[in-house]
Write a protein that binds this ligand. Structure first.
Ligand SMILES: [Cu+2]
Length: 122
């Protein structure tokens, strides 16, 4: 019985992974002193989940600013992980760490990020 339930759970999660692949987009963001790396620089318009990992030694955060959006993640402690899900329209965005009155951004924690129309290929 336990084995059967496990198999059923695996099948369900595999199906969920397939069906969400077309619409949901994940962007991995890695924060450290004083860098910000993203797994991609371009995504399609729609729902984007930023999976943020702070590999640094001090707190960081991200702020996403672009057409109609000015949203931030929670403050992320050293070695912590968080996510931020946003609905993004086509345009050019800036992602940066807003902590310490902008000094982290000034030190290099900033990236440009492009959202293209959903019908096109990034
Ligand atoms: Cu920071």
């Amino acid at each position: 019985m336990t084995r059967f339930l496990l198999a059923a759970a695996l099948t369900a999660s595999t199906l969920a992974a397939f069906s969400s692949a077309a619409s949901a987009q994940d962007v991995k963001v890695t924060l450290s002193e004083w860098k910000m790396r993203t797994s991609v620089d371009t995504v399609k318009a729609g729902t984007v989940t930023f999976q943020i990992t702070n590999v640094g030694a001090v707190d960081h955060s991200i702020q996403v600013v672009g057409p109609g959006v000015d949203k931030g993640s929670r403050q992320i402690g050293a070695k912590e992980v968080t996510t931020l899900t946003l609905t993004l329209k086509p345009g050019t965005y800036e992602i940066f760490c807003p902590l310490a009155e902008g000094s982290h951004k000034m030190a290099g924690m900033t990236r440009a990020f492009v959202v293209v129309p959903a019908a096109s290929t990034p």
